[in-house]
Design a protein around this ligand. Structure first.
Ligand code: MG
Length: 388
């Protein structure tokens, strides 16, 4: 198996970050940003060794940040990022690995599977390196005189470069040595390792990564990552069939030979979802907020209940991450209405369709749903709320 050393560059002073602690040592959920980056790299198949490049004087921060990782001593960086990487490469040159994966310590959210994908791309025949990146989604404007738009730049072939950037070790070492001999102006234009490699004529390919792999650059980034927690909660509801010709499911009127009976519009799906969301913030159940004994809820459209629960999450500074619904019935058939239900639930909850899942099953003729006496719904809500 080829060897690949992850070279984590943690030598920056983080001047844009504010505060005295460089951002790679700031805490995120109780652990340093560097610690999270190391964890992602260790979990990536194909990474066989790890070394960290730090700024002289940061040894204490480094020791505190790398507990639990069995690492060789850190390498001291240079006056620029490029020189720090060169120091790292030179330190590895005695026992050169086959590949080196250079990663910014300030990208703690990189996925191990993306790292492995990048390594596989770099190891392809005829390729010298591969980097993670994301195709540009925003329209690019060129601005002159401070704020006057002078043009729109076609974005079709433009990507944002991330790390890791993985290369065959020896060609990259030679490319960096050559770059170190350049004048300052030319050298500062080489803002990542791929640029150093491109200048040396190496063939580097782009691997589609994820927007999650952003660089922690502001105090707000850290605050958000370290102050929110994810919660999951469950909801369940049943309504029996009664006379009628449509059932309300997920806010969609589905034609059927019967209706669901209940105090409100008996939308069993929205009731289960409402209870799941209420559960995620410990806010009781739907009966507490909308008592069946209260005549004002008779025949009420259940989207009101779901909206109320979503509003309670928002009041706490939280948001809905995902809603997953399972309907249990022999009839009506859910499949033809599934997409309409997804759209409806997403609209009521104020989230995108990608965050809603609707599934259906039968009980093979068993039990009350099997006897077609009613419909059961189960829901799981995932929410993000500020840590209490
Ligand atoms: Mg109900």
């Amino acid at each position: 198996m080829p060897t690949c050393t992850a070279l984590i560059v943690a030598a920056g002073r983080g001047s844009r970050f504010g505060g005295s602690l460089p951002k790679q040592y700031a805490l995120l959920g109780g652990r340093s940003v560097l610690w999270h980056s190391l964890g992602a790299l260790r979990a990536a198949p194909g990474i066989t060794h790890m070394r960290v490049v730090i700024a002289p004087g940061d040894e204490g921060h480094y020791q505190a940040s790398t507990q639990g990782f069995d690492l060789p001593p850190p390498i001291l960086g240079g006056a620029s990022r490029q020189l720090s990487v060169l120091n790292g490469l030179e330190a590895l040159a005695g026992e050169p690995p086959d590949f080196v994966a250079i990663h910014d310590a300030a990208r703690p959210f990189v996925r191990p599977s993306d790292i492995a994908g990048c390594l596989a791309a770099a190891a392809a025949p005829g390729i010298d390196g591969a980097i993670l990146g994301v195709a540009l989604a925003d329209t690019l404007k060129q601005v002159e005189d401070g704020n006057v738009i002078s043009g729109t730049i076609p974005r079709r072939r433009l990507w944002r470069a991330q790390t890791p950037q993985v290369f065959r070790f020896k060609p990259l070492l030679h490319a960096h040595r050559a770059a170190a001999a350049l004048g300052t102006t030319e050298a500062t234009a080489l803002t990542d390792d791929a640029a150093v490699a491109e200048r040396a004529g190496l063939k580097v390919v782009m691997v589609a990564g994820s927007d999650d792999n952003h660089k922690v650059t502001t105090a707000e980034d850290l605050l958000r990552a370290s102050t929110m927690e994810t919660r999951t909660a469950f909801g369940f509801d049943v309504h029996g069939f009664g006379p009628g010709s449509t059932v309300m499911l997920g806010g969609v009127a589905v034609p059927h030979i019967q209706a669901l009976s209940g105090h409100s519009d008996a939308d069993v799906a929205l009731h289960a979802l409402t209870d799941a969301i209420l559960g995620s913030i410990g806010a009781g159940d739907i009966g507490l907020h909308f008592p069946p004994s209260d005549p004002q809820w008779r025949g009420e459209s259940s989207d009101r209940f779901l909206r109320h629960a979503v509003g309670l999450v928002a009041e706490r500074g939280g948001r809905i991450v995902h809603l997953d619904l399972t309907l249990v019935c022999e009839a009506p058939r859910i499949g033809p209405h599934r997409q309409a239900m997804v759209d409806s639930i997403a609209r009521i909850a104020g989230i995108s369709r990608e965050r809603v899942s609707v599934k259906a099953t039968t009980t093979e003729g068993l039990g009350f749903t099997g006897r077609r006496e009613g419909i059961a719904a189960q829901a799981v809500a995932t929410v993000e709320v500020p840590k209490s």
